[in-house]
Write a protein that binds this ligand. Structure first.
Ligand code: SF4
Length: 201
């Protein structure tokens, strides 16, 4: 039964949640489009610029970006080519592999990425109107959901606590063995710079 059938939604909470998530995803899409139009870039080019602004060198390669955005390397390369032509990025060749390179933002690319990086402000404003308890519950639910989708292979790269080799959950408490700290639910990270992927046992 389709989640989009209003009759299904009447008796199935998961269906209502899917439709609600779709509305949120639509909000992202609309806001991103508006930002992209302002800079005469495509939505994915804007997302790439923002990602490059905040992530380290080892994550700024075509192969990593393809996994991050669940796209083919060819599609990412096309966007990178346009950004390079517009002088918004530079490429640094890997001395050990001439086919591979790291991508850096140019000064004008950095300026655009900084302007665009707040495109989600209207969503943030709405979230801040929720109570702390509501925010806490939603964050916990979303992290479980993302982790499940990642485990099922629907989405690829994640850098969240729940799928980190350093994460422990004991006696109802979250613990990071790298930081040697107990974390509140609101302190769990969704994009952690120190994240270490779990290795298959
Ligand atoms: S290293 Fe980062 S992602 Fe991993 S458990 Fe610690 S805070 Fe979470």
């Amino acid at each position: 039964m389709s989640a989009f059938n209003p009759k299904t939604q009447d008796h199935k909470l998961a269906s209502k949640m899917i439709v609600a998530l779709e509305r949120i995803s639509e909000t992202f899409r609309v806001l991103l489009w508006e930002e992209a139009k302002k800079h005469q870039l495509s939505p994915i080019q804007i997302q790439l610029l923002i990602f490059l602004l905040y992530h380290p060198k080892e994550q700024r390669k075509v192969s990593y970006l393809a996994k991050e955005f669940n796209m083919t390397k060819a599609t990412v390369s096309d966007s990178i080519r346009v950004l390079f032509k517009k002088e918004l990025i530079t490429k640094e060749k890997d001395p050990n592999d001439t086919r591979s390179y790291t991508i850096d933002l140019s000064p004008s690319g950095t300026a655009i990425a900084q302007q665009c990086s707040v495109f989600t402000n209207p969503i943030e404003k709405s979230i801040q109107q929720l109570s702390n308890d509501q925010q806490d519950l939603i964050l916990d639910g979303l992290m479980h959901l993302i982790n499940g989708l990642n485990s099922d292979g629907v989405i690829t790269v994640q850098r969240m606590c729940r799928n980190c080799a350093q994460y422990r959950y004991t006696e109802g408490k979250h613990y990071c063995s790298l930081l040697e700290l107990y974390l509140k639910t609101t302190e769990l990270r969704v994009d952690c710079p120190e994240h270490s992927p779990k290795t298959a046992s």
